[in-house]
Ligand binder design. Structure first.
Ligand SMILES: [Mg+2]
Length: 157
């Protein structure tokens, strides 16, 4: 199972009226409720994380693991999308991943605040959990993400 994870607007809520607070590593602090919600998804599903955030190229995978760990998030595995989000929209990045990189039959959920993702094809959009940028990931949305990841367990084949 895989979580395609954005950070801004998901773990770092966008408050236009307030500057983000940074940790010692120079990256913004995460919202504690959103961290708890994400960590619950991880512990209930054991999913890996695929970073889609525009910050993804700033750090190597090992550094990302440390950065997430110091903020209370411990995924089994962390990967990064290799596409350049400065040149490509998030929607196109995700489409490229879906057609070229996705492991067949692996359940996935996209957690993002980019409303352009509403324009994804229906079969991919079913796996989208859209956050409100100023609030980020909530407990209710975490429930939604868990049921998307676990849906095959309840389907008849
Ligand atoms: Mg975002």
């Amino acid at each position: 199972m895989l979580i395609l994870l954005d950070i801004d607007g998901v773990l770092v809520p966008a408050n236009s009226w307030k500057k983000p607070e940074f940790m010692e590593d120079g990256f913004p602090m995460f919202n504690s409720r959103s961290v708890k919600a994400l960590q619950r998804i991880l512990s209930e599903t054991n999913a890996s994380v695929l970073l889609t955030t525009s910050h993804k190229s700033k750090y190597k995978v090992a550094q990302w693991k440390d950065l997430l760990k110091s903020r209370g998030i411990n995924p089994k595995r962390v990967h990064r999308l290799t596409t350049n989000s400065l040149l490509t929209s998030r929607k196109d990045e995700i489409l490229q991943w879906y057609t070229k990189k996705r492991m067949p039959n692996e359940e996935f959920v996209i957690i993002d605040d980019d409303k352009m993702l509403n324009g994804l094809p229906e079969n991919i959009k079913h796996n989208l959990v859209l956050t409100s940028p100023s609030i980020g990931l909530t407990d209710d949305l975490a429930d939604e993400a868990i049921s998307i990841l676990q849906k095959s367990a309840y389907q008849y084949h």
